[in-house]
Design a protein around this ligand. Structure first.
Ligand SMILES: Cc1ncc(COP(=O)(O)O)c(C=O)c1O
Length: 336
């Protein structure tokens, strides 16, 4: 049964928290955390973090178009898959998750959860997965599943970018210290693109790539050229429309640890220590690497004394159980 999407749009802002630590005091840096992991809804609260913001206008568009089914793509541990499954269960959409690779004998916690939410899992070979946006492949999906609202892998499209602009808009209302640096983790770059467009040159955006390779800056530049990237609902198109013209932004590629599910023991120590010290749980794929990298830069005095730095906690905590199941309970905070 479809239900109203109002709770996605009418909600309090996620908390903004200033972190205290000797490292920050010595560096003379104020660090604010936008706690989007505390934006949570749906079964096991899996509609959370940046997924909430990326999905909200897309779910509205699907509803406005009269679509009853959401179809999307992802890896076997994808936060986006979990969030779409939770959104479907919460708001009455059928959901189909096209998962990269063979169906394993036993499903991991993310896929078990998605199935329990009612998502139909369609496993597709790695080579077919690379062709997922090819019109022939899309036609075959339509023949098999009927009409659906397509959410790209990771949920990034113009409406997702639009949703992520609200991170900046909320922070502006929450603190008198307009941050000089805005940091977040990058997978597809959609969250970062939303921040860049909302900042519109007023501060520097610094993205931390969770992926190996140096292609993400190019992807972000492309996202920034999509005309709707800057469009607010019922608002005229803002200029500039070209990636280069959006003000200072940079993708840091030094803290991906080799990519998804790659890590070193000192990253795990950092994540566990961060939780013990600050009571804030981090995930090992995105936010753990973001905060690790951020503290490295703070120690290297990357940020001038007196700077205010904002970091977005984009969630991803649903992935901790799967990571722990795979690698042996390394992360000490698994009860989310
Ligand atoms: C927890 C978390 N943080 C950050 C990201 C990166 O977001 P984006 O794909 O918009 O770059 C993702 C997903 O991709 C995520 O699941």
């Amino acid at each position: 049964m479809p239900s109203a999407l109002t709770p996605l749009f009418r909600r309090p802002a996620s908390p903004l928290q200033e972190l205290e630590s000797p490292t920050l005091r010595q560096a003379g840096v104020r660090l604010l955390i936008k706690r989007d992991e505390l934006l949570r809804m749906g079964p096991e609260q899996a509609l959370s973090g940046n997924k909430w913001r990326k999905l909200q206008y897309n779910l509205q568009a699907a509803r406005d178009q009269g679509m009853e089914t959401l179809l999307t793509f992802g890896g076997a541990y994808s936060n986006h898959i979990a969030a779409v499954a939770a959104a479907g269960a919460t708001f009455g959409f059928h959901t189909i998750g096209c998962i990269r690779g063979e169906r394993p004998e036993g499903l991991n916690p993310t896929l078990r959860f998605a199935e329990a939410c009612g998502m139909k899992l369609q496993f597709i070979s790695r080579s077919a997965f690379r062709e997922k946006y090819n019109p022939d492949f899309q036609n075959r999906l339509s023949e098999e599943f009927g009409s659906f609202y397509l959410l790209p892998e990771g949920g990034t499209n113009a409406l997702a970018i639009l949703g992520c602009r609200s991170i900046v808009e909320e922070v502006e209302q929450q603190t008198p210290y307009f941050p000089d640096y805005w940091c977040c983790s990058l997978g597809t770059g959609g969250t970062f693109a939303g921040i860049i467009t909302a900042l519109n040159g007023r501060a520097k955006a610094l993205g931390f790539s969770a992926l190996k390779g140096d292609f993400l800056a190019g992807e972000v530049a492309q996202l920034l050229q999509a005309p709707q990237a800057s469009q607010a609902p019922q608002a005229p198109l803002l200029s500039p429309q070209r990636g280069e013209a959006w003000g200072a932004w940079e993708v840091n590629g030094d803290f991906h640890f080799g990519g998804y599910a790659k890590f070193e023991p000192y990253l795990i120590d950092f994540i566990n220590g961060f939780y013990q010290q600050h009571g804030i749980a981090l995930d090992p794929i995105y936010t753990g690497k973001l905060f690790y990298g951020l503290f490295q830069l703070i120690e290297q005095r990357y940020f001038p004394k007196g700077s205010t730095v904002l970091a977005v906690h984009t969630g991803g905590l649903q992935g901790v159980n799967g990571f722990n199941e795979r690698f042996g309970n390394l992360i000490e905070v698994s009860a989310f």
